[in-house]
Design a protein around this ligand. Structure first.
Ligand code: UDP
Ligand code: MG
Length: 323
């Protein structure tokens, strides 16, 4: 790392007016400290992305920017979700910085881990993952569901970094790589490992949300998990084939068994077995169609190639661009 590498900290914000002043204070202190130590260039910025908030988030960002050019902002045309907002921030930062750190607005990620990330960057890493060393502060429910999710992802062969959310450093080269991935169904945690280059990890303790409520209620979390699985792995379709084959085998065995019994003059009667198997198979067929439909829906959306975000306004001081 040369003395003048520019760092952008990208923070997606959705209805975060309560936390933003504190987030800005801590990130501002961090950047100023790093600048004073000569570790990053004075062109480094905190880039807040307003993801179509319904509260005064954009107003807070504008005021922060007016008070200190260290803070810049991107205002999206509407709410596009965490992943798209993050992408919008990273793509905006791409031609302005040498490296970008993405983090949530709620201060759950330890800001001090940035130092360790920069250290790894200076050792040549292109991507440095922030990995939670413990989830003590998360609710029991969140811990169990998150754990289950990573296990399912691994089982399905999708490469994700265990206990890593979207707190990571990416070099300019890695950001350029990310720009090449044009999928509309965006699941960054799955895409970033596909970029490759030199990778490192940094451990940190994940704290509690500083203020406000989680923007990921159960329903959103489930659809996020579904998104992750279906956009990274086609194994569920293969398991359906396997399931169909197994059921066919079982039915063959039952057929042979009934014929043998019949040959011995003992015809099997049974309404219950019949209706149960019809319903069971019917259920499985619908389930399978649903899974396949999920993929077809993905194909449908991908072929449309709609824009993933639209930017309404960028707030930055004139000389924000890196050369
Ligand atoms: N977020 C966003 N758009 C959304 C929902 C969330 O930009 O539609 C941001 C949010 O402001 C926060 C980050 O994504 O910075 C993570 O959200 P949150 O902390 O609520 O999720 P949790 O930590 O509970 O999983
Ligand atoms: Mg959070």
């Amino acid at each position: 790392m040369t003395m003048c590498d520019t760092l952008y900290i990208v923070v997606p914000c959705y209805n975060e007016e309560e936390v933003l002043p504190e987030t800005a204070r801590r990130l501002g202190d961090k950047l100023r400290g790093l600048m004073a130590a000569g570790k990053i260039s004075p062109k480094s910025r905190v880039l807040f992305v307003n993801d179509g908030s319904r509260d005064g988030t954009w107003g807070v960002i504008s005021r922060l920017h007016a008070a200190d050019p260290l803070f810049s902002g991107v205002d999206l045309s509407r709410n596009r979700g965490h992943q798209n907002a993050l992408l919008a921030g990273l793509m905006t930062a791409r031609d302005r910085c040498d490296m970008a750190v993405s983090m949530d607005a709620d201060l759950q990620d330890d800001v001090d881990a940035v130092d360790a990330m920069l250290e790894k960057y200076s050792e040549g890493c292109d991507i440095v993952y922030g990995v939670r060393s413990s989830r003590k502060k998360d609710t029991f429910f969140k811990r169990v569901t998150a754990e289950g999710f990573y296990r399912v992802m691994n089982f399905l062969g999708a490469e994700t970094v265990f206990n890593h959310a979207d707190y990571r450093l990416m070099s300019r080269r890695a950001l350029d790589g990310l720009a090449e991935f044009r999928e509309v169904n965006l699941f960054l945690r799955g895409i970033v490992p596909m970029i490759g280059y030199i990778v490192g990890t940094v451990e940190y303790e994940r704290g509690e949300r500083f203020a406000g409520e989680s923007k990921y209620p159960l329903k959103k979390m489930l659809s996020f998990a579904m998104e992750g699985i279906t956009s990274l792995s086609t194994k569920p379709i293969r398991y359906i084939t396997l399931l169909g084959f197994l059921i066919f085998l079982v039915s063959l065995l039952m057929l042979v068994y009934s014929i043998v019994r019949w040959a011995h003059g003992d015809t099997i009667v049974g309404w219950a077995s019949l209706i149960c198997s019809v319903w069971a198979i019917g259920g499985l067929i619908l389930l399978s169609l649903g899974v396949i439909g999920e993929y077809i829906g993905k194909i449908y959306l991908e072929t449309k190639a709609r824009p993933r975000f639209l930017i309404r306004e960028i707030l930055e001081d004139g000389n924000g661009k890196a050369d």
